[in-house]
Design a protein around this ligand. Sequence first.
Ligand code: ZN
Length: 58
Amino acid sequence: MPLEAGLLEILACPACHAPLKETDTELVCTANGTDCGLAYPVRDGIPVLLVDEARRPA
Ligand SMILES: [Zn+2]
């Protein structure tokens, strides 16, 4: 289920404040040149922007 229009634009990675990009099941940090790149789960259409809940990049 896509997020509400406009919501993605105001969301930022809580770890590094880079913009997020939506995938099928996650919001992925788009930071370049850093080691962030965390992927945040979307549960029942609600993004869980918690570093503790984020998936680390492989
Ligand atoms: Zn980040």
